[in-house]
Design a protein around this ligand. Structure first.
Ligand code: ZN
Length: 406
């Protein structure tokens, strides 16, 4: 039995928290904050509620109506690095380096030098952003991550660097331009995190098999669990964004779409402390043309999927594994859509990786050539959302909560 002396300031937190729980338990699309939701409410709802299902990603098949980057003259998928258990540090120049032979590039490329065995950099310069008011891409979009200590691991067979200029689309459910995977190659993607318990479990499974993946994080969830998302980033995974509050952007105005996209980017960036991967996935795979065009101006790649696991519907780990393996058998390769937000997926991931290894599949890791910078005005909105202090904020925990009986 514990008894706490709780300062009055925490009552405010409790009340705000209960408001957050209502949203969480109802599984509603997260309301737009408009400065109304306190960080206390967010944190309390996130910490208290069982994982909610935000308007879950579906296999919606509405075709994207705007071609993205279809006229790109330059290589989009530009680099293959064999035996890489973490992505190669990307060169800092605008022009991508094309490496024809797997393994031709050292694990960590110097920032300016081109490896002797590699062809010269492509001469074509990166096009300027269509809208000069939008920030250019920044430095490398992912870190290398820790060394692999499991010699029998599934590992990463190659890392591909994606030049996201003009907003290329990936995933044959909607985009047909870039068929870069070889037979047997698989890209793993995880949406809707970070989430307590589930995301760390997925991370652990990936780490044990030295596998790297792409994560599409919900901005609000990034504000709940920034430390978990930072772990994702530091493990060498690509961390892209998935809007601020997981709304269906096809039901929003262009201005609202932009705010959802940008606040999502800012929130993910705030969590990892770095420019994020220039990768984006639309909630429910709904691709409104205006938002597709905007992401093109922003030089952000759009990810649909080749294989939807439907893990948000199936939920049972063995069935999730069976679904993915069945689809892979049928298609032979593909970008797989899963959710680190889902408990079933967290439980399924170790088995799925074992099955992939057994089936002889190869993991491909996608990294952005450059990182995506957030925009200052949206950073400010996120910061404002984070800082709604209660009367007692700023005091150390020990001065507010003290164990007096144990
Ligand atoms: Zn989603």
């Amino acid at each position: 039995m514990r008894t706490y002396t709780v300062a009055a300031g925490l009552v405010v937190v409790a009340i705000a928290g209960s408001i957050g729980i209502v949203f969480a338990q109802k599984g509603l699309p997260w309301p737009m904050p408009a400065g109304t939701q306190s960080s206390a409410a967010s944190a309390a709802s996130a910490a208290s509620a069982a994982p909610v299902t935000p308007a879950a990603t579906t296999g919606a098949t509405s075709a994207a109506t705007t071609a993205v980057a279809s006229a790109e003259p330059r290589p989009v998928v530009s680099q293959a690095v064999s035996q890489a258990l973490g992505p190669v540090a990307a060169p800092s120049g605008d022009a991508p380096i094309v490496v024809a032979q797997a393994g031709a590039m050292p694990r960590t490329a110097p920032a300016t030098a081109t490896p002797a065995t590699a062809p010269k950099p492509v001469a074509a310069p990166a096009p300027a952003p269509a809208n000069p008011n939008l920030p250019p891409l920044a430095g490398p979009a992912a870190v290398k991550g820790p060394a692999c200590n499991n010699p029998g691991a599934l590992g990463v067979s190659r890392t591909v660097q994606i030049d996201t200029s003009g907003g290329p689309g990936f995933g044959f459910e909607h985009f047909k331009q870039f068929d870069f995977l070889q037979p047997g190659e698989v890209v793993l993607t995880f949406d809707d995190g970070p989430w307590l318990g589930n995301t760390p479990a997925v991370l652990k499974a990936l780490e044990q098999e030295c596998v790297k993946a792409v994560f599409f994080s919900i901005g609000k969830h990034a504000t709940y669990y920034p430390e978990i998302l930072r772990q994702v980033y530091e493990a060498g995974h690509s961390v892209g964004s998935h809007t601020w509050s997981h709304v269906d952007l096809s039901k929003k105005t262009p201005d609202e779409q932009k705010e959802e996209i940008e606040k999502g980017i800012s929130a993910v960036k705030a969590a990892i402390g770095q420019p994020i991967a220039p990768f984006f996935r639309f909630p429910q795979l709904k691709h409104p043309p205006e938002a597709v065009a905007y992401l093109g101006d922003r030089n952000v790649a759009i990810f649909s999927t080749d294989l939807d696991s439907f893990d948000f519907k199936i939920r049972k780990p063995d069935q999730i594994v069976a679904r993915v393996m069945d689809k892979l058998k049928k298609h032979g390769k593909g970008i797989v859509l899963m959710h680190d937000f889902q408990h079933g997926t967290a439980l399924a991931t170790p088995t799925l990786l074992a099955e992939l290894k057994k089936g002889g599949y190869k993991i491909v890791h996608m990294v952005g050539t450059n990182g995506l910078q957030s925009m200052a005005q949206y950073d400010a909105m996120i910061a404002k959302n984070e800082k709604l202090p209660t009367a007692g904020s700023g005091r150390p925990i020990s001065s507010v909560v003290r164990t007096i009986e144990q």
